[in-house]
Design a protein around this ligand. Structure first.
Ligand code: SF4
Ligand code: SF4
Ligand code: SF4
Length: 310
């Protein structure tokens, strides 16, 4: 799907009570999406289109074409009457088995079983698990596209006696314009920021977008001590050249110099799990040996880094 075909988000209601967001999935517990035990909200819709994306079904927004409806064996999907004569896709949560069988039938990289939820509905889900959680992570897709919803949600969580202890972190590709970070970060502890590539031409090839805004976001977050972690998905033979490695080290040094806390760099090894077939055929999985080499070079350069291979 070309990046140009990703539509802007639909009309958003303006009051917190009626504000809604499309959520691809809610993971009740995770220990890999920030410190401690966390609930993860995967927002639907992304403004990049990375070939290496492990959750490509979170990229697109539904245009209610109905192509997926007949592919749900559980009768959870239907086209119902929307505004005026327009039909819209509805997923009945009581019937959906979360089997993901419908996903491959959406040509827009959408998720037919994504649910549109109000702020109070999400608060209820968080509250159910709150005693066992350390925090909540806003992920996606690109969570910052739904920043108004996140701000409203954070306000409610902070007011709720059972939820106010929860930390709040954002996973982001960094494309949010700098002027929008202050309000969003006044409600969040920080951002785990993806760096896809240092060379802008390579970044455009990998994601469909320039990295200029990403780097501007990184600087703002570092200056304001909201850069919790940098993340680099290493794709062997694609974005792991010596020039890219040198660029990552230089960026890390510049950002670290602006921060009070130590900046961790998390390395993720590219794997084929979940990746669209055409890209899985293009990129090879990154070997453990290559990850070890890169980790050693970064450590030698004074970068505080750790790696994950799964
Ligand atoms: S994930 Fe839900 S909507 Fe999709 S096929 Fe499975 S049961 Fe049907
Ligand atoms: S999820 Fe995809 S296939 Fe299903 S109605 Fe929406 S755009 Fe069409
Ligand atoms: S920014 Fe993240 S969610 Fe968006 S396409 Fe890239 S990998 Fe997927």
């Amino acid at each position: 799907m070309p990046i140009s075909s990703i539509r802007p988000l639909g009309k958003t209601e303006t009051t917190a009570a009626t504000l809604t967001a499309s959520l691809s999935r809610i993971l009740p517990f995770s220990c890999v999406d920030g410190p401690g035990s966390r609930m993860v909200l995967f927002f639907q819709g992304c403004n990049m289109n990375c070939g290496s994306c492990h959750n490509p079904q979170t990229i697109g927004l539904c245009n209610h074409c109905g192509d997926c409806v007949s592919h749900c064996q559980h009768g959870a999907l239907s086209l119902i009457r929307g505004v005026g004569q327009r039909k819209r896709l509805e997923c009945d949560a009581s019937l959906c088995q979360s089997c993901d069988a419908c996903i491959e039938h959406c040509s827009r990289s959408g998720n037919p079983s994504a649910k549109r939820l109000r702020v109070d509905e999400v608060v209820d889900k968080v509250r159910d698990n709150a005693p066992l959680l350390d925090g909540i992570t806003f992920s996606g897709g690109e969570a910052s596209l739904q920043r108004r919803f996140i701000v409203a949600l954070c306000r409610k969580l902070k007011q709720d006696p059972e939820c106010q202890h929860l930390g709040r972190l954002l996973d982001s590709n960094g494309l949010l314009a700098v002027q929008h970070w202050p309000e969003l970060m006044s409600h969040c502890d920080g951002v785990m920021l993806d760096i896809k590539a240092i060379d802008d031409s390579l970044h455009r090839t990998l994601t469909g977008r320039s990295n200029h805004q990403v780097l501007a976001s990184a600087r703002w977050l570092a200056d304001n001590n909201k850069l919790t972690e940098l993340r680099w998905l290493v794709i062997e033979g694609v974005n792991d050249s010596q020039a890219e490695l040198d660029g990552i080290i230089a960026l890390y040094e510049k950002l670290s110099a602006r921060m009070e806390a130590t900046l961790p760099l998390r390395l993720n090894a590219f794997r084929h799990h979940g990746v669209r077939t055409e890209f899985a055929a293009t990129y090879r999985a990154t070997s453990d040996e290559r990850m070890a080499q890169i980790t050693a070079k970064l450590a030698e350069a004074g970068v505080y880094c750790y790696s994950t291979t799964d």
